[in-house]
Design a binder for this molecule. Structure first.
Ligand code: NAI
Length: 374
């Protein structure tokens, strides 16, 4: 993990920069749905991220268990409830106030940092208050034969409730929305924030980084390259034909035969289904998703820290097409997605794909908006 150039390297310099540019003690991150298939490995990877000082893990089940487990990792971030951190003058990690005071918790003697986690609706406020970044992988995943849209009925309500909590407790936080169908849950979140008067389009990002991760991997396989050297922009949305890889813009520059283009486009669009079917009813992508989510969260935190030139694909409020939301490359800064890039030149195959993507996306976006408005 530290060798990945897109991640923090954990060095003293990295931490010093983090303090100098980003905030005295790194960033505070909450994961909602932290006990799930994505949530658990995501929590583990975020606990290892040197840009994170405080990690809050919230779920409606098993949050204390996951938090206790994660909290035994000897990394810098602390995952706990209600302990004040204060910055240090030197380069060491932030200290806990009164580190040598043992406290009674439910009659049991513990240190003040003992992990508790946040369990259930009554603890949502505690989980969210003061957060800089909120990552949401809460909700049910697909089973074989289901589309992402089949998840709408249940996940729409979950996302609404969690976003109402965000509007109340941390309206300035960056939100990374993973719960499917992303093409509808992002518009739902936007409507909830608008209703609450807290909507900032720059701060609401639908996570499509798994599509990019898959595209990089599959293209590298075809080209015989190391996937870490490959960059494929994936635009549109996050479901079936709305996932539009721009193979004409791959870096390093290369060309594909029509057969390769068809194979790659289809495999990237159906990557999620490939995993759902292989798991035979035991869920959808969790480990690759946690990896992709943490890669995306890391670029959001680097943007918040003030790093220059931080760019990634995400599903955001957009004027790139006539649709109100669209996934494309965005530049991340201190206030979120500060710039949304145009698609660049498309070839004929991509232009046809774009029209198909827009048609389906328009319906999914409208469905999300109507869920809150009506
Ligand atoms: P999972 O079922 O393993 O975990 C979901 C977790 O959410 C569970 O721990 C559950 O208790 C929790 N949860 C349910 N209702 C909640 C609520 N009201 N508040 C807080 N937590 C709640 O599912 P998995 O595999 O982790 O997937 C989660 C979501 O991520 C699904 O909607 C799935 O479709 C989506 N997903 C998105 C991808 C993307 O690229 N954006 C890729 C893969 C999955």
């Amino acid at each position: 993990y530290p060798s990945n150039p897109q991640m923090g390297d954990g060095s003293i310099l990295e931490r010093t920069n983090c303090r100098a540019k980003g905030g005295a003690a790194g960033f505070k991150v909450a994961i909602l749905g932290a006990a799930g298939g994505i949530g658990q490995p995501l929590a583990m990877l975020m606990k290892m991220n040197p840009l994170v000082s405080v990690l809050h893990l919230y779920d409606v089940v098993n949050a204390p268990g996951v938090t206790a487990d994660i909290s035994h990792m000897d990394t810098g971030a602390v995952s706990h409830f209600g302990v004040k951190l204060f910055p240090t003058k030197d380069n060491s990690m932030p200290r806990i106030s009164n580190p040598r005071t043992l406290v009674k918790n439910g009659g049991v003697l513990t240190t003040p940092t003992q992990a508790l986690g946040f369990l259930g609706q009554s603890e949502l406020e505690g989980a969210l208050t003061g957060m800089d970044l909120v990552i949401i992988p809460a909700g049910i995943p697909r089973k074989p034969g289901m589309t992402r849209d089949d998840l709408f009925k249940i996940n729409a309500g979950i996302v609404r409730t969690l976003c109402e909590g965000i509007a109340k407790c941390c309206p300035n936080a960056i939100v990374n929305l993973i719960s499917n169908p992303v093409n509808s849950t992002v518009p739902i979140a936007a409507e909830v924030f608008k209703k609450a008067g807290t909507y900032d389009p720059k701060k609401l990002l639908g996570v499509t980084s798994l599509d990019v991760v898959r595209a990089n991997t599959f293209v590298a396989e075809v080209l015989g390259l190391d996937p870490r050297e490959v960059e494929v922009p994936v635009v549109g949305g996050h479901a079936g034909v709305t996932i539009l890889p721009l193979l004409s813009q791959v870096k390093p520059p290369c060309s594909f035969t029509h057969e390769e283009t068809e194979y790659l486009t289809k495999r990237i669009q159906d990557g999620g289904t490939e995993v759902v079917e292989a798991k035979k009813g035991a869920g959808s992508a969790t480990l690759s998703m946690a990896y992709a989510a943490v890669k995306f969260a890391d670029v959001c935190l680097k943007g918040l820290r003030g790093d220059a030139g931080v760019v990634a694909c995400a599903f955001v409020a957009s004027q790139v097409t006539e649709l109100p939301f669209f996934a494309s490359k965005v530049r991340l800064g201190r206030t979120g997605a500060e710039e949304v890039y145009q698609l660049g030149p498309l070839n004929e195959y991509e232009r046809i794909g774009l029209e198909k993507a827009k048609k389906e996306l328009a319906e999914s976006i409208q469905k999300g908006i109507s869920f809150i408005r009506n």
